[in-house]
Design a protein around this ligand. Structure first.
Ligand SMILES: Nc1nc2c(ncn2[C@@H]2O[C@H](COP(=O)(O)OP(=O)(O)OP(=O)(O)O)[C@@H](O)[C@H]2O)c(=O)[nH]1
Ligand SMILES: [Zn+2]
Length: 293
């Protein structure tokens, strides 16, 4: 049978085959020998045994994988931000979106607390950059239907700065969600956002969501070890301009004849997005060659 690993706990992998029942599987010895560890999010083949137990037979090829949090096959990152307190720094959004893009994972921008503040600047930036950008309020329910539609049938990882309303949104999407999440942390005997632990939850509309930690721990160290030249491809709205710079190998930072800079000047690329790119580029440049991936 085929299914998806929703959680891993004490040597068992809990596999969802779409029937609404979880099968607690042990991995085959060959995984250990081949040094592959099944990840939450893995699509797997398994053999059911008695009483909701089973054995993992194979891990199907991964679309992508993250180390922190340890999760595979994420279709899209749902970046929760806010124009009300705590106001989200666009650099933090751009950094995590760039990481996701580098792994072949789309991003949706969700501006929460729109009952308090419409977050006009963030809305303008991310719609212009071509992201699906939704204004929502976990408090009033505004926009929650649109978000539900945006995650239907996909595996989405939620992230955002602390206090922005991630838990509140998940609860608005599915009342009772926090109870599930709370139970998990009780069992593990540690706080929700302090570990690499991640679990997927299937909502009633078939959406699968990961309640992942905040921005700070989203594979950011690894990100800083990437080659600076690869960064340009992780800013989606740069794409139409990349081949049009005067010099090949243009860094798009302050070069003469740079088509990206011209597009920023013309208002075609949002200025704050380009500023984030330059900051990430300079960080990446500081890493010595031998340390890079
Ligand atoms: N006015 C208003 N308040 C909200 C909204 N969403 C969340 N809040 C409040 O913001 C605070 C933080 O919400 P949480 O859902 O705990 O935020 P979180 O992102 O899960 O926070 P961490 O667990 O620290 O990562 C709570 O007091 C919520 O009641 C909203 O749409 N409007
Ligand atoms: Zn350029």
């Amino acid at each position: 049978m085929e299914g998806i690993i929703l959680k891993a706990l004490s040597g068992f992998y809990y596999v969802d085959d779409g029937s609404g029942r979880l099968t607690a599987c042990r991995g085959r010895g060959k995984f250990r020998h081949q040094k592959v560890s099944p990840l939450v999010g893995d699509r797997v083949e398994f053999t059911p045994l008695e009483k909701d137990s089973g054995i993992l037979d194979a891990i199907l090829p991964r679309k992508n994988e993250f180390q922190r949090p340890a999760v595979a096959n994420i279709d899209q990152l749902v970046v929760v931000a806010s124009g009300a307190i705590p106001v989200t720094d666009p650099f933090l959004i751009d950094r995590v979106v760039s990481i996701a893009q580098g792994r072949g994972c789309d991003s949706v921008i969700v501006l929460n607390k729109c009952d308090l503040d419409q977050a006009d600047a963030l809305y303008d930036t991310y719609t212009r950059a071509g992201f699906l950008t939704l204004r929502v309020s976990a408090e009033t329910g505004e926009g929650i239907e649109d978000l539900r539609a945006a995650i239907a049938g996909k595996v989405s990882a939620f992230t955002g700065n602390s206090g922005v309303g991630k838990s509140s949104i998940l609860n608005a999407l599915q009342p009772g969600f926090h109870i599930q999440v709370g139970e998990v942390s009780d069992k593990l005997g540690r706080g929700r956002h302090t570990t690499r632990h991640v679990e997927l939850f299937r909502l009633d509309n078939g959406a699968i969501v990961a309640d992942t930690p905040g921005f700070s721990s989203f594979d950011t160290e690894e990100m800083e070890l990437r080659a600076p030249e690869s960064l340009q491809y992780t800013f989606r709205e740069f794409a139409p301009y990349l081949e049009k710079c005067r010099f090949t190998g243009c860094a798009h930072v302050k070069e003469k004849g740079c088509a990206v800079l011209a597009a920023v000047k013309a208002g075609e690329i949002p200025a704050s997005r380009h500023a984030s790119y330059v900051r990430l580029y300079q960080q990446a440049k500081e890493v010595p060659q031998w340390q890079r991936k």
